[in-house]
Each structure stands twice: as C-alpha cells, then as structure tokens.
Ligand binder design. Sequence first.
Ligand code: ZN
Length: 329
Amino acid sequence: MISENSVKCYICEQYIVDGNTYDEHIILNALGGRLHSKNLFCRQCAPLFDKIDAELAKQFNPLANLLNVKRHRGQPQPIQAKIVNSGEQIYIDCVGKIRRLKPTINHEKNGRLRITTGGNENKLKEILNGLKRRNPTLDINKELKSAVKSKSSLDTQIKFHFEVSSDTIYRAICKIAMNFYVYSTREYSHINHLIPYLKGEEAIDCVKICDSIYEFFPFSLTRGEVFHSLIVRGDSEEKILYGVVQMFSTFQYIVLLSKRYEGQGFSDSYCFDLTKRIQHRPFLEIPYISKSLILEILGQQLCPSSHFKTRINDLAKFIQIHQHSARLS
Ligand SMILES: [Zn+2]
C-alpha cells in the first residue's frame, strides 16, 4: 500500500511497497558494513547490482577475513595466498593460521621421511599408502607421529592479490556513495544521471581511487582502529556534489556525483569502526574539497606514491597486531 510516508526506489522510481522492499547495506555486509535501509531501492532493482557487489566483496574479502570482520550473515572464509619464498599455495584463516592445500613429504639424507601436514590427514594417508606400496616396510603410524607440523601463523612472508581500481569496483563504490546520499537526503534527482553507469550501460569517469597524500579522513590505523568511512557533500556555490568512500582506513575513493549540482549546500559523514563495531554519524568535520581538486584527482593517472605504499604497510602491520591479539584472546 502507498501511504504518505512511502518512498520511491531511486533506481526505477516506483513506490517501495510491502512485499517489494529490499534491505540494502550501504556498505556491503560481506565487508562488515552495518548501515542499512529499506528506503533506497526495491526488490526488483536489487539484483541489478549483484555482480558489482559480488566483485567488491571478492576483492576486499581477504582483508575482511584477516581482520575477522563480523557480518550479519555468513562467516569469514579462509583466503588463498602464496608463500613468497617457496611459491606454495596456502589458505589463511581469520586468526592468521596457515592451512596448506596439500601435505609435503621430503626424503631426508638419513632415509627418513620429513612430512609437513596440511591439516588434511586423509590426503596425507593417501600419499603414505602410495609410498607403502613401493616400500612395504614403511610404518605409516610411526611416520605420522613424527610428521613435522606446519607453521601455524603468519611469520613468513606471504602475498595475495586484490584489485582496487577496476571498472566494476568503481561502480560498486559509486553505489555506496549514491546510497549514502539518498539515505542522508531522501533526494535523488541530482544523481539519476548515474543510474545507467551503475547498471553498466554507460561509461562515466566519476570514480577514482585517490592517493593517500590527500588526507580526507583522520588517520586511524596507528591508533589501533580501522574504519569504513563515508562523506557526501553538496556545494551550492561551486555547483558540485561528491562523495568520498574510504575502505579499511586505507583505500580512498572520490566519487563525483554531480558537477552541475543545483541543490542546497549540505554535508553528512559516517564511519564504522570495524574492530569495536561502533557506528558514528556524523563522524567528522567535513573537509572542504574544491571542485578543481576533485576534477584534478579524476583526471590523474593512477600511480601509487610512497605515501600509498606506507599506508598499505600500515594496514599489513595492523592486521598482524590484530591477529596476534586474536590468537592470545
Ligand atoms: Zn526499483
């Protein structure tokens, strides 16, 4: 039923009615996002964004899992990574324990076997049974007892890959900024030109990951805090509407929502503290970002600076400390 409180889906502009509601997480629940609303878009429109949401979740999931981020639904999954020295493929769970994909068996000079288990005892027995067929004197139980257990924590250098600036990721980030703008203002007439971009029907250069030389948010990692943070700001004089999205206090994106903004000046901010699980809104004194700076950032070539590398190292250190305390607790 449509009442005077009914709102329209900002994608299809039909009224959201009972039976057609959709509870949208403004920042993905898979990445720990808490802020959600049933007043953004309808159930029919929601699947249009499954693909971009899934890609954002896939790329940032390793970080969410390493930080053991809690979700409303689902559990953290182990992430696949590679040991730098050996190239061995492994899994790392949410407290940093390494699980090998398969056990390794090496013949030592003294004739004994050196076995490194991968947590997969069945696979190991299978390999040992194979060896026993060739060497009938092999005592499988004795060998299993003497197996060298794999190192269980992240004290070796590992690497994993994730993409933070693809077209699909940019569209998912644009949706976060648009969601927060509509959530904050109940208004969408200034951003509906971006809907074909969200749906993948049009290419628009409106999102860019920006270097950490631009500090739009207070730096939190060295204080032992990690946030997802959002800003939206409309500037009636410069006629610009923009958002800034920062994921894991590290990856910061500028989103140009409109460069012909005719609405009133306003701003809003939000952050979610991923370790304490506390939301703050508003969250900070909104920084003034000029139209020329936003257009300059959007036009820049992507070239990670030493600041950006330092920021990534800060995040890696943060994860190590966080996992160490998770193992102790
Ligand atoms: Zn709709």
